[in-house]
Design a protein around this ligand. Structure first.
Ligand SMILES: [Mg+2]
Length: 235
């Protein structure tokens, strides 16, 4: 069976790593003196702006280059930096280059990967993240060797939750939906996408989000360790 893992917030601790990088960047660029707010305040605003811009990027109404720049330019502007584009460009560059050096993984990620790498299952990555960041950060964190296939939205030409992303994955693997399981932390991206393509889903709901009246995923876990005991993934 093919286990299709999302990367950010499923295996790689995106939020912890991003915050470390952000703190470094805030100091290095002297942002507190320019924005007159502590890093936490700037970061909180950035997170909200970034989420909105990512929605637009996924929806195809925003180019990647604009997303990279605007997520820094808009907060800079908001906190009073005049003509923020040059600084935003330097920050965008710094953020990608330094971000990939962070190695914090989600709890249990390494054990789970070791476990399944020794099983007959074939491990794959399915990610919407920037291609220049995803492979380097897996290498730095020492988890790239567990995977036989890396599926990046930029390479496939479609982003999760578009069912064509998942269909492209199946076609590359030369397999069918019933021989795959998707594991991801983002209900609207990973779970909805996999479900559209008829692939079973494990929802990694470590934030204990309520699904309200949304359709239930095939399985839900709150800690990655649970994967090792899921009947779905037994050989
Ligand atoms: Mg994710």
């Amino acid at each position: 069976m093919y286990i299709l893992f999302d990367l950010d917030r499923t295996l790689w601790d995106f939020d912890t790593n991003a915050l470390i990088t952000f703190r470094q960047m805030y100091n290095e660029f002297g942002l507190e003196a320019q924005c007159h707010v502590p890093m936490e305040v700037f970061h909180e605003y950035y997170v909200a702006v970034n989420a909105q811009l990512w929605d637009a990027y996924r929806g195809g109404t925003l180019e990647k280059e604009m997303l990279s720049l605007q997520r820094f330019a808009l907060p800079l502007e908001h906190f009073g930096v005049q003509t923020p584009m040059v600084l935003a460009e330097r920050m965008a560059d710094y953020y990608v280059h330094e971000g990939v050096k962070q190695t914090t993984l989600m709890p249990g990620a390494r054990e789970v990967l070791q476990h399944f790498a020794q099983s007959p299952h074939i491990l794959c990555i399915i990610t919407n993240g920037f291609s220049e960041a995803q492979l380097p950060k897996m290498r730095t964190a020492g988890i790239d060797q567990y995977f036989q296939h890396f599926f990046l939205s930029e390479k496939l030409g479609y982003m999760k939750p578009d069912r064509r992303f998942f269909e492209a994955v199946l076609s590359h693997l030369g397999t069918t939906a019933d021989d795959c399981v998707v594991i991801g932390d983002d209900y609207d991206v990973d779970i909805v996408g996999a479900s559209r393509a008829g692939i079973r889903q494990v929802y990694y709901n470590y934030r204990h989000k309520s699904l309200a009246d949304k359709p239930a995923p095939t399985c839900t876990i709150t800690h990655l360790h649970e994967l090792m005991h899921l009947p779905l993934l037994q050989v």
